[in-house]
Design a protein around this ligand. Sequence first.
Ligand SMILES: Nc1ncnc2c1ncn2[C@@H]1O[C@H](COP(=O)(O)OP(=O)(O)O)[C@@H](O)[C@H]1O
Ligand SMILES: [Mg+2]
Length: 257
Amino acid sequence: MNKINKLAILSLLLMLSNLAVAYVEGEEINVGAKKSITLKFRDPNKPHSAANYIDTANSLIGGGYASSIHEILGHAVKFVPVNYLNGDEIRVLEKVDTLGVGPKFYGAWLTEKDGKLYAAMEMEKLTGEPLSKMIPWHLESDKALLKLQDIFKDRVDGKTYFFDRLFAMLKILADNKISYPDTHYGNMIYPISNDMKLVDFGESELHNTAQAAATRTLEAEYVKRLIRMFEDPFMEGNRGKTAVKDLAGLRALSAGQ
Ligand SMILES: Nc1ncnc2c1ncn2[C@@H]1O[C@H](COP(=O)(O)OP(=O)(O)O)[C@@H](O)[C@H]1O
Ligand SMILES: [Mg+2]
């Protein structure tokens, strides 16, 4: 084979390998099944790429139906296939970064594995465990209340801490036009110290008004169930101070007052 032929074959191979790479580093792609968002593609072929973690048990922190969350270099990175992505999850994470109710946010990008596009969201890894590890969602009302009080008993406001903190967070989010319908225990991180925080803004939305946000939060089944527990006569005398005020505040927001 002469030199010219070799060159021709080489350049043909190069062309073919370029065709196989569907996306290029830095390329901006609009993605999302709901509320689309434009994210930058990051080369998943680099050594130690975060993409290597998808679908592996390596440093897996948690995951749901479609997503997986891994601890990577001390941060939590959530991978969601783009056909399941709610673009508002990322917009909300950006806003939540400074609100003190969730993890700090370090950015989102796109990566690829086995021809599938994933959104990656890099956040602070919160210390603590989801509350669901300590209390089953199906626990009936009074027992659940006792258990919640027991979990936070070491706090000064242990008896009222859970609802004080929960309604404070939902109110802060609504004030910032963010709805949060997904209030099951798996999305609440119970810390050994510091305050309880929320993760998982996959069901959240950014609204035009605080009123719309408060209304969507209050209408969510998970939220309604916790409010029913809070208003159980069993709670009489243990409802705390801020929980009553913040729940009333949420309702006033929703009513447009
Ligand atoms: N920033 C974080 N810090 C610590 N743990 C996290 C963080 N984000 C998620 N997790 C863990 O991963 C689990 C699943 O994350 P989540 O965002 O709720 O995913 P999904 O949308 O699949 O429910 C959570 O229950 C929690 O235990
Ligand atoms: Mg979740």
